[in-house]
Write a protein that binds this ligand. Structure first.
Ligand code: 48N
Length: 320
């Protein structure tokens, strides 16, 4: 019989096999050391032993260490869609010394980039955005002025894997930014953005039907907001800036015009208020830019530009 769980205290560093042998008289069998050894003898197959508390401690010790570490970040990126992920990749590789927290409300990062238009699979990017695809190693078909990635998920999964492989990026998904940290700066009533206010997304969705569930915070001198164009979560930071009277009003995304929208979004990616850079389709809600529909080159290059704008702000602070 296993020991009473209330008293069983498996020290984190204890070798589970020894403890299990000593306390639970499990006879560990050979653990395969190659896939061929597994497939050649399925009847003998077994996993290495584990206790549930080890899984719990493996997850919670790491998550809370990350929360502690990233409570002070160099840059926060809000939104892990195609723009936010491109910004995270570009920034993390340009400045591996920076601590970057990537906040994503959804359980699944990627935003609107898992499919092309109208749930079709292929993703179109106009040149020169294929240069970014070359950088991250995504194959495409060259159609002259544009390229086609056979499935949008190939782009998004590849980019996401590159971002997650960056040692200086921590993705907090299923986590919503529900406010901005501000500091008074400049003329009366003006602010600098100094971080983000966060909550579990499922909590943020239920503030209306539960008693007050206060948030958490991440301090950061630079925030890049790429929360997409309007929608239930869309244009979060821009809407907040209007509510805080830092912007006169929402610019309102205009109708679809591929020829103008993509250049406008890339060229317009910039610091909107001190400490806050806006990129991707969220920017259309600032400037009233047209939408481009199912072409994604502007998203990746806006992310590249947002990252470069952030590096400029970091270098400016380093010179002080
Ligand atoms: O994909 P999106 O929505 O946004 P972008 O700007 O990265 O890419 C936009 C692109 O997909 C298009 O809309 C295409 C080009 N179509 C254009 C057109 O004309 O229709 O990603 C935003 C991400 C999402 O994953 C959201 O879940 C997340 O941001 N998000 C948030 N995460 C945390 N906290 C929040 N408050 C928040 N709000 C949104």
């Amino acid at each position: 019989m296993s020991p009473p769980s209330a008293t069983f205290d498996l020290p984190a560093s204890t070798n589970p096999t020894n403890v299990l042998k000593a306390n639970l008289s499990v006879k560990p069998t050979g653990i395969a050391t190659s896939l061929s050894a597994i497939s050649s003898n399925w009847p003998a197959f077994t996993f290495a032993p584990i206790r549930e508390s080890q899984v719990s401690r493996a997850m919670t010790s790491r998550y809370f260490a990350d929360l502690d570490s990233y409570a002070e970040s160099d840059v926060v990126i809000i939104g892990a869609g195609s723009c936010g992920l491109s910004a995270a990749y570009t920034l993390a590789t340009a400045r591996p010394d920076l601590k970057i927290a990537l906040l994503e409300a959804g359980v699944a990062p990627g935003g609107g980039a898992w499919l092309g238009g109208q749930l079709f699979s292929a993703m179109v990017m106009r040149k020169p955005a294929q240069l970014f695809l070359n950088e991250i190693g995504v194959a495409y078909e060259d159609e002259g002025d544009f390229v086609v990635v056979k499935h949008a998920a190939l782009f998004t999964a590849t980019l996401l894997s590159k971002v997650l492989a960056c040692e200086n990026v921590k993705l907090f998904n299923a986590t919503t930014v529900e406010d901005l940290i501000t500091r008074a700066e400049g003329e009366e009533g003006r602010v600098r953005i100094a971080g983000v206010v966060t909550n579990w997304t499922l909590v943020a969705m239920h503030h209306g039907d539960q008693s007050c569930m206060d948030p958490n915070t991440i301090n950061a001198p630079i925030v890049i907001s790429t929360t997409g164009h309007d929608g239930p979560f869309g244009a979060f930071s821009v809407k907040r800036l209007v509510a805080m009277q830092q912007l006169p009003q929402l610019g309102g995304m205009r109708g679809l015009d591929m020829g103008t929208a993509e250049d406008a979004i890339v060229k317009g990616t910039r610091e909107i208020v001190p400490g806050l850079i806006v990129g991707g389709m969220e920017l259309s809600e600032v400037d009233g830019a047209n939408r481009m529909g199912p072409t994604f080159g502007a998203m990746v290059l806006s992310g590249v530009k947002a990252a470069e704008e952030a590096v400029k702000l970091v270098e400016k602070a380093e010179r002080k």
